[in-house]
Design a protein around this ligand. Structure first.
Ligand SMILES: Nc1ncnc2c1ncn2[C@@H]1O[C@H](COP(=O)(O)OP(=O)(O)O)[C@@H](O)[C@H]1O
Ligand SMILES: [Mg+2]
Length: 209
């Protein structure tokens, strides 16, 4: 899915934090977003993901405005994992349930993604009792399980160990390669951005006005 942003301005109270005339995020590519703290990276993904509707300008998804169908095809994984107070399995089941996927396929899909992320052993554990890094992987699994057309990742590797970063890196790479999906990722990890991204957007912090 291609994303086009036009004349985007975002204010928090009277403080302008984003001012983007035109921005294209291409389908089938991995786009990185970089910029210093407070540059508006998370705000931009909140807007693209439809979580933040309070902005001026337009965001188009394959030339269409956000609607219920598109909303279910895009997802954002937050820097701080937001999980349901239930087992890991149920956390992965819910995104499938609300998308009315075939019931008989769900178990297989969940097990496959748990295996890919190497977290099968966490399946029956309570999500909120896991470590930060484990929760981050579950949050990523929750997003990947329904095969979103646009996958947005906001600094998801920030509290994850080196080995797991490698796993996540290869998952992101393969996800893009085989499924032709759009991935947008925010990261401070220059190596990660360099090795994964086809395009990089640099956001500059706006001067205080
Ligand atoms: N909910 C909010 N209310 C007020 N100001 C906010 C809010 N969220 C972010 N900001 C401000 O907007 C600017 C951009 O924040 P953010 O998008 O989180 O930047 P980044 O993700 O690049 O670090 C910062 O100056 C931040 O303080
Ligand atoms: Mg941020």
């Amino acid at each position: 899915m291609n994303i086009t942003i036009k004349n985007l301005q975002k204010y928090y109270k009277d403080k302008l934090v984003l001012d983007i005339k035109q921005l294209e995020i291409e389908s089938n590519k991995i786009t990185g977003i970089v910029g210093e703290n407070g540059a508006g990276k998370s705000t931009l993904l909140n807007i693209i993901s439809g979580i933040d509707k309070n902005f001026c300008g337009q965001v188009y998804y394959d030339k269409k405005k956000l609607n219920k169908k598109i909303q279910k095809e895009i997802t954002l994984v937050f820097q701080k994992p937001r999980l349901l107070n239930d087992t890991v399995y149920k956390n992965l089941y819910y995104p499938l349930k609300i998308r009315n996927t075939k019931k008989e396929d769900n178990k297989f899909k969940i097990e496959e993604i748990l295996k890919n992320l190497d977290i099968e052993s966490l399946k029956d554990k309570k999500a909120l009792e896991l470590s930060g890094g484990e929760q981050q992987k579950v949050a990523l699994a929750r997003a990947l399980v329904f095969n979103p057309k646009v996958l947005m990742l906001d600094e998801v590797t920030s509290n994850i160990d080196f080995e797991s970063i490698k796993t996540i890196e290869s998952i992101i790479m393969n996800y893009n390669k085989y499924d032709k999906n759009t991935i947008i990722l925010i990261s401070h990890d220059k190596k990660l951005i360099k090795s994964l991204c086809d395009n990089v957007i640099v956001l500059d912090k706006l001067e205080v006005n």
